[in-house]
Design a binder for this molecule. Structure first.
Ligand SMILES: [Zn+2]
Length: 409
């Protein structure tokens, strides 16, 4: 039997209005949405006469915004639910990794609990999709994968996910390639990689190994790339070659990619074109770091490269900071790139929604549409531009026409 739910007084963005001052304002209107088995089947303006049978949910004029997608996280790493701990001082990356390795066994027992707390935090901020990397390493093997899987299972039907098998301590060592394959057979859905030069110290071998595993399991790829400057650019270029040769267009991403920020503008344009050609997405966590340049997000976007934001691991052995609010990353990027007008603000939302925005570039409503799942984040706001600029704290999440609330676990 079809379950019908009527959502009434849903505020949707419908277009633009140019004021006498020349400023553009977003026009919104109240709507009635018919939802059948979680899918929107009819959309009406509120002043239209509609006969409603079935359950009705009054959204009281809240603004419906596409749900947020957290595209780079490490659910297994967080210290959430444990006692406060700042980061242990180390001299270099090697020592940082050694410290993490020593801690892994101690933390593995609480992975499910910690991951759940992180999921609750993300959900509370409006996230309904999580791409998480999970350590696959010689110290605890697949233990973190098991904990993360169990945590995500508890949110089935509410939060969709991708689990990236992530060789945090290097891919080309010990039994890691075998462990990665084991992870792919046991619930990991994507293949990860990490600094083919800086960590694996063999760029081609590392990239080929990642692609070998990916093709073996017909899985998509997301590689952490912190290698900077020419080395990082060479790695990026090489990866695009591998993607092309393996017929993997549209199935891979590079995370962080600071090297793109290090390049000269002409070089940036060239590599952006190649990334767009093979549809290699760039994941950024828009970190604040005075010593590192962000990848040229706007240039990439303009070249047609998909760019997605994520929170990364936070409050863990790498950093005591972070809130788990991917909207905060959008706001930060807007502030850094000085987006201050209505249309410039609202188009930034796409970096946290897999490209979905209520209005298109011309100001026409393109979301939500009949056939879409009735998934929303609801804000008490005038427009998505306000949401981006002000990142309101108060949010509620609806999935398939039903309110879901983040509860403490
Ligand atoms: Zn990461």
């Amino acid at each position: 039997m079809t379950e019908t739910i009527w959502l009434v007084n849903v505020k949707l963005e419908t277009g633009n209005r140019t004021l006498e001052s020349g400023a553009i304002e977003t026009v919104t209107g109240l709507h009635t949405l018919k939802v059948e088995d979680g899918t929107i089947t009819e959309i009406y303006a509120s002043d239209e006469q509609v006969e409603m049978t079935g359950r009705t949910i009054d959204l009281n004029g809240q603004l419906a915004v596409p749900p947020l997608k957290e595209m780079h996280n490490h659910l297994d790493k967080t210290y959430m639910t444990l006692d406060w701990k700042a980061v242990t001082p180390v001299a270099n990356l090697k020592e940082r990794l050694a410290h993490e390795a020593a801690e892994l066994k101690e933390l593995a027992g609480s992975t499910e609990k910690r991951a759940k707390k992180m999921i609750e935090t993300l959900l509370g901020h409006g996230v309904t999709h999580i791409r998480t990397h999970v350590n696959i390493d010689p110290y605890i093997g697949l233990q973190n994968l098991e904990g993360v899987k169990a945590a995500l299972q508890a949110y089935e039907g509410i939060i969709s996910h991708e689990i990236v098998a992530f060789p945090q301590h290097g891919l080309l060592r010990d039994e890691v390639p075998a462990l990665m394959r084991e992870a792919m057979r046991n619930g990991a859905t994507m293949v990860g990689g990490l600094d083919p030069a800086g960590i694996d110290q063999s760029i081609e071998r590392s990239l080929y190994e990642v692609m070998d595993i990916a093709t073996e399991f017909n899985a998509d790829v997301d590689i952490h790339l912190h290698d900077g400057g020419q080395v990082g650019l060479y790695t990026t270029d090489k990866w695009i070659d591998v993607v092309e040769a393996s017929n993997y267009r549209g199935r891979t991403a590079l995370s962080h990619s600071f090297c793109l920020g290090d390049a000269a503008p002409l070089q940036q344009m060239k590599i952006a074109e190649r990334l767009a050609e093979q549809d290699v997405a760039i994941m950024s966590t828009v970190p604040i770091n005075l010593n590192r340049t962000l990848p040229p997000i706007e240039l990439l976007d303009a070249a047609g490269v998909r760019v997605h934001f994520g929170c990364d691991g936070f409050y863990d052995s790498w950093s005591p900071y972070g809130t788990g609010d991917v909207l905060e990353k959008v706001t930060r990027f807007g502030e850094l790139s000085r987006k201050i007008e209505e249309t410039a603000l609202r188009r930034l939302l796409k970096f946290a929604t897999n490209g979905v925005t209520p209005l298109d570039e011309e100001g026409n409503r393109v979301w939500p549409a009949v056939g879409d799942q009735a998934d929303f984040v609801l804000f008490d706001a005038a427009s998505t531009a306000e949401v981006v600029a002000r990142k309101p704290k108060q949010r509620s999440v609806m999935v398939q026409g039903k309110m879901v609330s983040a509860t403490e676990s």
